[in-house]
Design a protein around this ligand. Structure first.
Ligand code: NAD
Length: 372
């Protein structure tokens, strides 16, 4: 079994392997071939990969005869020329936004497996790249907000007077939101948070933050199906907008993380609501690449509206490339090793996980989510 690790395209600093996972694949009997400089953005030198047992070479050398190709973000299909038909491409392939690329993988005979479509079942938790990367993004969002904010987070009582604690409001309490709450609390902020799924109320409280919920219109019961939210009724959206208007003017920092699978991100903050905030406040929109939770947020930019900084960094996990690569790489290893074929053939996926993540097979797009 030969496993190729590609150097990612510009703008992606993460890497789909670390020396630890190279050693683990080698121990299972795999041969790992890493493209030159693949680990550069994540502070892993070619020599570190070589010391772990990988061969290091050009992309063509890495791809030649590879059975499995590991990647963080989906590569341009033409850059896989030379890959053998039937090879598995495993990584974050962003299937809904890259349908043409997925079609091209199929035409090239590549079996594309999208890690972001891993089912949310207990045994797949260690393979879940969305969770591992969102956790880091939630942490980094708070650090970015603290950096852009011209005041301190904790309360400080000094001889020159007292500094009040920052007020942080987290909107969307999934994996990223929970980590954002925990990080803001550690920095000494006063934290409040909201979500549409009722189960998050207790989670917010258990982190010592204040839940701010729509009370007069029903939200989503419990965890919601698979832990995911759906689009809310116009009535709920109106009640939520009123709630946000009443709360946001008193906040210094807002972190938005709200997503709905397969849909544009819900709009949670209007321009008028931004205008109600104190100048110098900061909003970080982690959903900016999915359409944005914040009106006027621009992907890849920090824009100022009414004196409020609206931070819209793309690909936030890649801003913590070393840790993000380590967790992503372990997710890939946990996935492949769970289905490892001891005879040395391709990993044999089962129906539950294989059916969810497999996008293409035998020259065709086969995933129902892409076909329907
Ligand atoms: P996500 O990234 O899809 O969405 C982020 C959050 O935004 C969610 O909490 C969602 O409810 C919220 N949201 C959506 N619309 C909103 C709106 N209009 N207003 C306010 N909030 C809104 O979610 P996620 O981070 O991937 O995870 C959600 C849940 O799934 C978590 O509770 C997590 O623990 C669970 N989970 C379970 C597994 C597993 O069991 N294997 C794996 C991953 C996550």
């Amino acid at each position: 079994m030969k496993i190729a690790v590609l150097k990612e395209e510009a703008g992606e600093t993460r890497c789909a392997a670390i020396p630890e996972t190279v050693k683990k694949f080698t121990a299972l009997g795999g041969d790992v071939a890493v493209e030159c400089n693949a680990g550069e953005g994540a502070s892993v030198a070619d020599s570190d990969f070589a010391a772990a047992g990988a061969t290091v070479g050009s992309r063509a050398e890495a791809l030649k005869d590879a059975d499995v190709i590991l990647t963080v973000s989906g590569p341009e299909p033409q850059t896989l020329n030379g890959a053998k038909p039937g090879a598995m491409l495993v990584g974050g392939l962003d299937p809904l936004r890259r349908r043409d690329a997925i079609g091209a993988y199929a035409s090239a005979g590549i079996e594309a497996l999208a890690m972001e479509w891993m089912p949310r079942i207990t045994r797949a938790q260690s393979m879940d790249v969305l969770s591992s990367q969102s956790n880091l993004a939630g942490y980094k969002a708070v650090i970015e907000a603290a950096d852009a904010y011209g005041r301190a987070f904790p309360m400080m009582m000094t001889a020159a007077g007292t500094i009040s604690p920052a007020k942080v409001f987290v909107m969307g309490v999934g994996v990223a939101g929970l980590q954002a709450i925990a990080t803001a609390k550690r920095l000494g902020a006063q934290v409040s948070a909201t979500d549409v799924r009722s189960a998050t109320r207790e989670q917010i409280q258990s982190l010592g933050a204040k839940p701010i919920f729509v009370e007069n219109v029903a939200g989503i019961e419990g965890e919601g199906s698979g832990g995911y939210a759906t689009e809310m009724s116009p009535e709920y959206q109106k009640a939520q907008a009123e709630l946000v208007s009443a709360h946001i003017a008193k906040q210094d920092i807002v972190i938005t993380t709200a997503l709905i699978p397969g849909r544009p991100a819900p709009r949670l903050i209007s321009d008028a609501q931004i205008a109600s905030m104190r100048p110098g406040s900061v909003i970080v929109d982690l959903a900016v690449e999915q359409g944005g939770n914040v009106e006027g947020a621009v992907a890849g930019e920090i824009v100022e509206r009414h004196g409020v900084k609206v931070v819209g960094h793309r690909n936030v996990p890649s801003r913590l490339a070393a840790d993000a690569s380590a967790l992503f790489s372990r997710n890939l290893f946990n996935f492949l090793s769970a289905f490892w074929d001891k005879e040395g053939g391709l990993p044999q996926l089962d129906d539950e996980i294989g059916g969810a993540v497999r996008l293409t097979q035998s020259g065709k797009v086969v995933n129902q989510r892409l076909l329907s």
